[in-house]
Design a protein around this ligand. Structure first.
Ligand code: DON
Length: 566
């Protein structure tokens, strides 16, 4: 029975009721056609079902997109230990009440960190030191980031937003078989490498389809719930972290924790094909990179529209990638420590010059692609759009799956291995094959360069797309390709996240990483051109599209995400 016929049945048809009915109709019509209220739909695209259900519940309780994002971030610290965290950092891009904001809660180097801390006596990088174990972590930023986002944009009470995570940690959650399998694989791999971490003490008991409780984490989350930011950066939690560090030879201190500050920065905004691309500024390299990528693609592509994922399409985008990553290695770093030439890197003249050497049929020599200015795998992403049209794109990480593999005993959370995102030595690749130099060298309190690129597409200041992904340096490719998929190829959200993607980043030389599903004849043709093709999945996209007021949301099928429009 429709709402209206029910109304008739319940209310009868007296004159008074007819007047009421007409008034009701008028209000409903006014709401429906109000420009700010496109159909009052909301959507979430989240990396697991717990975060998805929590974000939806917060929105249905009247919370806004930022409230939902904060609650989801804390839930993910419980139910998605590969990447969800309170021991890591990230970026939250917000479009709210018609204005953009960027909450930078990236980790920082501890005060005792120094440029050569991962080098041996001969000046060589010590294997794995910035990747696993007690020395790999930066000072966590997530709790401060959520606190700042809440202070600036939240509408529900902080405590309300923490409660779902506390409950899932205390009473337990049912372990997804994919999570159980990755825990098992990780424990076996770390044992084989003889890495000294305590991960298994905490997570070996998490078995597929069984309830898994985390009492120490629940107690930490309760301190955060009750004391806010200070519940993590001061008092008991800070003491537990600092004592744990000292016991195991780590360098993060109580002072480091107290000194940590999340920052609100101005998002990068660039125009592309009639859209405003609202995206991540440094210390993310991603915002500048995706704008360079989208703009150089338009400059380098032939006049006729290229077929999606055809040989020429992949090749031209790989050529652009070479140039993007050469600039990234040279010019990108923490803007509080290094002046990033943002405007110069996005100038039209610069990009057309740089794109002019791209040939549609030949690979340029990697060694010849230099930074262009003449001077002068595990993260997680989610997208939320509330009924008022406010959006959050949030990417958060502890770097690799399960971070440094170290759990703070007594506080129950995993620490990041984000220090590996610094350049440990000029020209030496990190785990993602990224190189860097001065701009991204280690300095106390500095933020390590990131590829995380939460991005929002706007048209007439209305949110048209919310996108982002994990995947280290491949994040940048996932994000720009998702935008091309939606805009150039008019795909649905599901097609956007599930169509095969590819990635090229200057080094390793002429290697294109790609998803299964790229046509075999395209793979062969690219190999014939001189590329080496490496079939390996990357990313886990969670995308929302607003098409003429109708929302469409999707989470990539390879993950365990859940997207809903309601
Ligand atoms: O900030 C960065 O660029 C990396 N730490 C992100 C790591 C990541 O995406 C791993 N995910 N698969």
């Amino acid at each position: 029975m429709s709402k209206w016929s029910k109304y008739h049945q319940e209310k009868g048809s007296t004159m008074a009721n007819l007047v009421k009915y007409a008034a009701h109709l008028l209000i409903v019509t006014a709401i429906f056609f109000h420009p700010a209220s496109f159909a009052k739909q909301a959507a979430v695209a989240m990396p697991d079902s717990y975060s998805s259900d929590t974000a939806r519940a917060i929105l249905e309780q009247g919370g806004n997109a930022v409230d939902a994002a904060i609650a989801a971030q804390f839930v993910l610290a419980v139910t998605l230990p590969e990447a969800g965290n309170i021991g890591g950092g990230g970026f939250m891009l917000i479009q709210k009440d018609g204005k953009g904001d960027f909450i930078d809660y990236r980790e920082t180097a501890p005060a005792a960190a120094h440029r050569d801390m991962y080098l041996d006596d001969k000046g060589d990088v010590i294997d794995n030191m910035s990747v696993y174990g007690i020395h790999a972590s930066g000072v966590p930023g997530s709790v401060a980031g959520m606190w700042l986002a809440h202070q600036k944009h939240g509408s529900l009470e902080w405590k309300t937003l923490l409660e779902p995570a506390v409950k899932l940690a205390e009473q337990g959650f049912i372990v997804h078989p994919k999570l159980a399998a990755s825990i098992e694989r990780y424990i076996a791999r770390m044992a084989k490498k003889s890495v000294n971490i305590n991960f298994a003490d905490y997570f070996a008991e998490a078995k597929a389809n069984k309830v898994f409780k985390q009492p120490e984490l629940a107690a930490t989350l309760k301190r955060i719930r009750d004391q806010g930011k200070a519940g993590f950066y001061e008092g008991e939690t800070a003491k537990i972290i600092a004592t744990f560090m000292k016991q195991h030879g780590g360098i993060i201190t109580e002072q480091d924790l107290k000194a940590y500050e999340a920052k609100s920065r101005t998002p990068i905004k660039g125009n592309w094909r009639g859209y405003e691309v609202l995206t991540s500024p440094p210390p993310s390299s991603g915002g500048i990179a995706i704008l360079q990528w989208l703009k150089m693609y338009d400059l380098a592509k032939p006049k006729e529209k290229l077929e999606h994922n055809s040989t020429t399409y992949v090749h031209i985008l790989a050529e652009v990638g070479k140039r993007v990553f050469a600039d990234r290695a040279e010019y990108l770093g923490d803007p509080d420590f290094y002046e990033v030439p943002k405007t110069a890197l996005l100038a039209d003249d610069y990009l057309s010059n740089r794109a002019s050497t791209i040939r549609p049929d030949a690979i340029s020599t990697t060694e010849n692609i230099k930074p262009g200015l003449h001077e002068s795998e595990q993260t997680t992403h989610f997208s939320i759009l509330d009924k008022w049209g406010n959006a959050v794109a949030n990417t958060t990480t502890i770097n690799l799956s399960f971070g440094s593999g170290v759990v703070v005993s007594g506080a129950g959370f995993i620490l990041n291995d984000e220090m590996d995102d610094f350049s440990a030595k000029p020209g030496v690749m990190n785990v993602f094959g990224a190189i860097g130099g001065k701009a991204n060298e280690i300095q106390p309190h500095k933020r390590m360069l990131s590829s995380m690129t939460p991005t929002i597409l706007l048209q007439d200041n209305k949110v048209k797309m919310v996108t982002g992904s994990p995947g280290g340096t491949t994040i940048i490719s996932s994000v720009y390709e998702s935008i091309l998929n939606a805009v150039e190829f008019d795909m649905t959200a599901e097609q956007v996240v599930d169509s095969p993607r590819f990635h090229h980043q200057l080094w390793p030389k002429n290697v294109i990483r790609y998803h299964t599903g790229l046509e075999p004849k395209v793979v062969k043709a690219l190999e014939k051109m001189g590329y080496t093709l490496d079939e390996r999945h990357f990313g886990d996209m969670h995308v929302i599209i607003n098409k003429d007021g109708k929302l469409d949301a999707a989470s990539e099928a390879s993950g365990r995400g859940k997207a809903m429009v309601f």
